[in-house]
Write a new protein. Structure first.
Ligand code: 13P
Ligand code: SF4
Length: 318
């Protein structure tokens, strides 16, 4: 990679993606420079939908590995590239194929629901896939008598169980180290620093579950608290009449929030909430991917065909 200057690099990326007919999809946690050159920026569900819809034959996916795998499964005739193959996810690493098979064996009649933050192999063993924006509706779509194995995120799982009132959900004890690292103390400190602020929480946060009990018991005074996916947070921040927000998720989301709402103030619940996997992608690596057509993410056909059933069910439920 020879181009040094950021805006020159962005110009080159824009020229190359047009010349090579590549669409760039970027997750809301990507660095600002990548969000600026992306054709679409969004949450896991929105990007999965875009991957299925776009005309281009090549997708350059700026996010983490499982997201690119999902795009490859949905669009088997497209080439899916990632800037860095090492960009993984601690949450998707929190359950192995052997552990899932064993869990299913112990609960042979249960329906398995897995968060989209899972490997393609895990998805091939699921009945339903879900994202943070449709997890509640996916669980509601399952007959009430059926036991559910929900994986891998325990915070999202307990949030969904609470919202649906399901007593027969078994929840895997996995977590995302970034969201689990946002503590109730971080939150209290930030909320106290901005008295009029609304509070937006991603359902993967460790503060989610205690917050829901607090909310149900009428604490938090009159403060408005909303539990939302990353794209849900962006839509809410835009539509709300409130001017100040404390945001409990990865800090990358603040770039688009501030860009879309110049008159509003956004504070991260924790300044340390940064996903080092998401941040492995750089403009230099995006440029190199376009020049060298690397790194391609592929999923073996027999795994993709099984995983697609669970993903299609996810895409069908909003
Ligand atoms: P969203 O589905 O809300 O974009 O979240 C994805 C993710 O990786 C959260 O850490
Ligand atoms: Fe995975 Fe957490 Fe990073 Fe999201 S923020 S990609 S769940 S490690």
């Amino acid at each position: 990679m020879l181009v040094q200057d950021t805006s020159k690099l962005q110009e080159e990326i824009t020229r190359l993606k047009k010349q090579k007919d590549v669409v760039i999809l970027a997750h809301n946690y990507q660095i600002p420079g990548i969000q600026d050159v992306a054709d679409f920026t969004g949450d896991s569900l929105g990007l999965s939908r875009q991957a299925a819809k776009v005309d281009q034959k090549t997708i350059l996916f700026c996010g983490v590995h499982f997201m690119a795998e999902t795009a490859a499964i949905i669009s088997p005739n497209k080439k899916v590239l990632v800037p860095d193959l090492q960009a993984g996810c601690s949450l998707s690493d929190s359950i192995t194929l052997g552990e899932l098979k064993n869990w299913k064996k112990q609960n042979p009649n249960a329906i398995t629901v897995g968060y989209v933050n899972t490997t393609a192999e895990i998805k091939s063993e699921l009945d339903y896939c879900c994202t943070s924006s449709n997890a509640v509706n996916v669980v509601k779509a399952i007959p009430e008598k059926k036991d559910i194995l929900f994986l891998p995120d325990m915070f999202l799982g307990s949030y969904v169980a609470k919202m649906t009132g399901r007593k027969n959900m078994h929840i895997w004890a996995g977590e995302c180290h970034v969201h689990a690292g946002i503590t109730p103390d971080d939150v209290t400190e930030k909320l106290n620093s901005m008295k009029e602020a609304e509070f937006l929480i991603h359902p993967e946060c460790s503060c989610t579950t205690p917050m829901m009990y607090d909310l149900a018991s009428g604490s938090y005074d009159d403060r408005k608290v909303s539990i939302l996916s990353t794209e849900g947070m962006l839509n809410h921040a835009h539509d709300s009449a409130t001017k100040n927000f404390v945001v409990a998720t990865e800090t990358g989301i603040l770039y688009r929030m501030r860009q879309q709402n110049p008159g509003k103030t956004f504070l991260p619940a924790s300044d340390k909430a940064e996903c080092q996997y998401m941040k492995m992608n750089t403009l230099e690596k995006v440029y190199d991917s376009l020049v060298e057509d690397k790194y391609e993410v592929t999923v073996p056909k027999e795994i993709a065909d099984k995983a697609r059933l669970a993903i299609d069910r996810m895409l069908a439920i909003s």
